[in-house]
Design a protein around this ligand. Structure first.
Ligand SMILES: Nc1ncnc2c1ncn2[C@@H]1O[C@H](COP(=O)(O)OP(=O)(O)OP(=O)(O)O)[C@@H](O)[C@H]1O
Ligand SMILES: [Mg+2]
Length: 238
């Protein structure tokens, strides 16, 4: 695939598109993220705690219950609280991918690539340069989430058979480039889906004063490039 040629053809258009809705997108991404966390807390944790509460309140009201029944209700309440703990652990793991904390950025990416390669659906080729030492945690998190989303898209939409992932870190910036050999898409509406993966991804990147370029063309695969400066990492206050 001729990366430079395709990239130049679309870059101008993409940059124009991206700068238009910048700060608005950042705010919306934050709202979406809060909504998501709220839903997880509500649907997961909230539901289990209310079951626990129900069992405990029956115990409180019915003083004349048999010992056996009291034991059962208490057991059920404890079980629900235990489940709530598991749920809480899952939610917090989802917020900070456990692979990142356990293996570090490079290790987590390698593990992700290995896992996908084992499935044999798509061949992930991973190249990393200059990744010695930890990065800012927020940048690691954003880039890891970006890889997950882009890989997902390549599998789900592109039906790609190869996914090339390259990360290059220099003193000044970090560049992530992914390329799939799938069916590509018409870019016109790429970022017009609030709450969609690419829309959120762009907002996350822009929150870090980074840029994202998408070069997709029907029937010719997709290339996504993200560049984040490592110098001015101060978060936007929009
Ligand atoms: N690598 C790709 N190859 C082909 N089409 C893609 C690719 N990435 C995105 N698309 C197209 O762009 C659309 C928008 O992608 P986006 O990630 O924003 O949303 P989604 O994947 O449909 O939903 P979500 O990310 O919320 O699960 C997709 O529905 C798909 O049509
Ligand atoms: Mg998606």
């Amino acid at each position: 695939m001729n990366y430079n040629h395709r990239r130049n053809a679309n870059l101008q258009k993409t940059i124009l598109n991206l700068t238009e809705k910048k700060s608005r997108a950042a705010v919306e991404a934050e709202i979406q993220e809060r909504k998501r966390i709220g839903q997880e807390l509500h649907d997961g944790l909230g539901q289990m705690l209310s079951v626990a509460r129900l069992n405990i309140s029956v115990l409180q009201q019915k003083a004349f219950l048999s010992e056996q029944r009291k034991k059962e209700l208490l057991g059920a309440a404890i079980h629900s609280v235990d489940q709530a703990f598991y749920e809480l652990r899952d939610i917090s793991h989802n917020l900070t991918p456990s692979a990142l904390t356990e293996k570090g950025f490079a290790g987590a990416l390698k593990e992700l690539a290995d896992q996908i390669n084992q499935s044999k659906h798509i061949k992930v080729q991973l190249e990393m340069y200059g990744l010695n030492g930890a990065l800012d945690g927020i940048i690691e998190n954003a880039l890891y989430r970006a890889v997950q989303e882009l890989l997902n898209n390549a599998i789900k939409h592109a039906h790609a058979t190869t996914f090339f992932l390259q990360i290059i870190k220099s003193d000044n910036e970090i560049t992530l480039m992914v390329e799939d050999n799938g069916k590509g898409f018409d870019m016109d509406n790429t970022f017009s889906m609030p709450g969609g993966g690419l829309y959120n991804l762009r907002s996350r990147v822009e929150n870090l004063n980074g840029n994202i370029f998408i070069d997709a063309m029907k029937d010719r695969g997709t290339i996504v490039t993200i560049v984040i400066s490592l110098i001015k990492t101060e978060l936007k206050k929009t």
